[in-house]
Design a protein around this ligand. Sequence first.
Ligand code: BJW
Ligand code: ZN
Length: 278
Amino acid sequence: MTSMTGPEFTEFRELFAKARSVLVLTGAGISAESGVPTFRGSGGFWRTYQATDLATPEAFKRSPSLVWEFYQYRRELMRTKEPNKGHFALAEAEKRFESEGKRFVLVTQNIDGLHRQAGSQNLIEMHGRLFTTRCTSCGFTEDNYDSPICEALRNRGSPDQAGAEIPIKDLPSCRQCQSLVRPNVVWFGEALDRDIVKKIDEEIAKCDLFLVIGTSAVVYPAAAYASWIARRGVPVAEINIESTPSTSVSTFHFEGPSGELLPILLAPTTDDKSHKDS
Ligand code: BJW
Ligand code: ZN
C-alpha cells in the first residue's frame, strides 16, 4: 500500500486543499469492500458466465430469463450490503466543498446505489440503476424495489443453481403496456443517455482535479476521461489496488483499498477544521 506520509501524499493534499472543482470517477472497486463483486477478475463470475457477457443486449435477446435471474441475484445481494468508508469519505468531502462554495461532482459507473445511500448528492450514475426498470416497448421507466421483482423470479438467480427458462409472459412487465421490462442500465454497445454525456463533458472541461477510483479503466467512454483531463494539464489521482491503463496518465497513483485510502486522502485539512470549529 502507498505510504500516507510520503511526498506524493503531501503534494496531493496541497492540491486537494486548493482545488475549486473536483471531479471523481468511481468503478466497481469502490464497492468491493462492501462485499459487492467487481466485474472483471475472479469475482466477476455468476454461474459459469462472466458478468460482462450477461450485461449485453444480445444476452437479453437470447434469454431474458437468464439475464433477469442475474439481475435478480444482484438486487437481492444489494439488500444485504452497506456503503463503506470510501463511499462516506466522498459524500463528506462533497458536503465540505459545497459549504465552502466549491464544486465536487461524483460520476459513477456503478449501478448499486451505494453512493446515494452514503449521502452523495452531486452524483451522476452514468450506467443507470439496478433498482430502476425500463419498458422494452414503450420506454416507461420507474424505480422498483420489489423483492422479488415478480413471482416467477422468487428464489431464482442462485449463483450455483440453474433453473428452467422463465417464459417472457412471467418476467417483469410494464404496468403501462404489459410488455417485457429490463433493468434500466447501460449494456455494452448501447449508447449512454445524451444528457448525461453532456453533463459529464461539461464537468470534464471544468474540473481542476480528477480522482479515478476503483475502475479497471477498460470500458469506454469512462476509460478515456483520465487521458482527456490529463491532456488539459489537470492533475489526475488514481486510487486502485493495482495499475490500470489510467495509471500512465496519472500524476498520482495511490495503491491500496479505497475504503482505507480515501478517508485519509480526503480528510479535512487543519484549516478546514479550524474554520468549522470557529
Ligand atoms: C479496487 C478495490 C478496492 C478492487 N479499492 N480498487 C472505444 C474503443 C473501444 C470500444 C469502445 C469504444 N467506445 C465504446 C466502445 C464499446 C464499449 C467498450 O468500452 N468496450 C470495451 C470493453 C473495449 N462501450 C460501450 O459499449 C458503451 N457505450 C458506448 O460507448 O456507446 C457508444 C458506442 C458504442 C459502440 C462502439 C462505439 C461507441 C457502454 C458501456 C456500458 C458498460 N456497461 C457495464 C454494465 C452496466 C450494468 C451492470 O452493472 O450490470 O458497466 S459493463 C461493466 O463494466 C459495468 C461497469 O460499470 C463497467 C466498468 O467496470 P469497472 O467499474 O471498471 O469494474 P472492473 O471489475 O472492471 O474493475 C474493478 C477495479 O477495481 C479493478 O481495477 C480493481 O483493481 C479495482 N479494485 N477492489 C480500490 N478495494
Ligand atoms: Zn410499456
